[in-house]
Design a protein. Structure first.
Length: 254
């Protein structure tokens, strides 16, 4: 079982396929192997060297009980640790939800390591607080909510997420979510990166309109996944791949 440790934190990773390197970054409560389970990796390995890893706090990677360990700068260090272990100088990076947050972090802290970026289901301008605000509209004013428990309840509807939650460290996962709450302002990193990019979002996801505006400002492509909410735009790989595959092919040729 391969691990990268150059960041000082042990990160479990896997490599499949041949071609230009493509780093896939999963969302909160997921693990790297879910990219394969949902059909993404099999569609990519003929053309790319696909690198997946368990983000800190998830799966086989370390699960520290220290909020600072999950800060975006350290998330970026963990991703670079995997690339460094594999002697990869630059990679295409594709992240969904929390993984999209980390891709924005790569654009902010290490743009020279990016060949291109794909961000799905994550608003670089406002981030997680936008999702909270959308959910709060469905509640009575003044209602106290533990958003982590709300997330767990919804995620358990997917068997693979229920399995990951049951096998995981809930204290570490809660810290992961807490770190994501300080996530605003990363749109400027995309705007200033000069890297080719694609953003996509479910039409029913509260992030949609803001993500579309960020893509326009950054000169990036944008795709709407019709009839999909936040979870749906992850689960429906057959609706996502027709947007991402042509984009990756075009930037891999350039």
């Amino acid at each position: 079982m391969p691990f990268a440790t150059r960041s000082g934190r042990r990160i479990h990773y896997e490599v499949q396929g041949h071609g230009p390197p493509l780093l896939l970054l999963h969302g909160l409560l997921q693990v790297g192997s879910h990219w394969t389970l949902k059909g993404y990796v099999p569609a990519l390995t003929d053309a790319y060297t696909v690198v997946t890893f368990d983000s800190l706090g998830h799966g086989q990677s370390d699960t520290p009980h220290d909020l600072e360990a999950y800060a975006l700068r350290h998330r970026v260090e963990d991703a670079l640790s995997v690339l460094d272990t594999l002697s990869i100088d630059r990679a295409h990076a594709w992240g969904y939800s929390m993984g999209g947050w980390t891709v924005c972090g790569l654009a902010s802290f290490a743009p020279e390591r990016l060949a291109s970026y794909v961000v799905g289901g994550w608003d670089p301008a406002v981030g997680l607080p936008m999702a909270y605000a959308a959910l709060e509209k469905q509640l009575k004013p003044g209602t106290s909510v533990d958003w982590f428990q709300v997330l767990l309840l919804g995620a358990r509807r997917a068997p693979e997420l229920a399995e990951a939650i049951d096998a995981g460290d809930l204290d570490a996962l809660r810290l992961c979510m807490k770190a994501c709450e300080t996530s605003a302002g990363l749109d400027e990193a995309l705007v200033g990166s000069s890297k080719p990019g694609l953003l996509y979002c479910g039409a029913l996801d509260p992030y949609h309109d803001s993500m579309k505006a960020v893509a326009r400002r950054a000169g990036a492509a944008f795709a709407t996944i019709e009839h999909a909410d936040h979870g749906g735009a992850w689960a429906k790989a057959p609706k996502v791949l027709p947007h991402v595959l042509p984009f990756l092919a075009s930037v891999s040729r350039s």
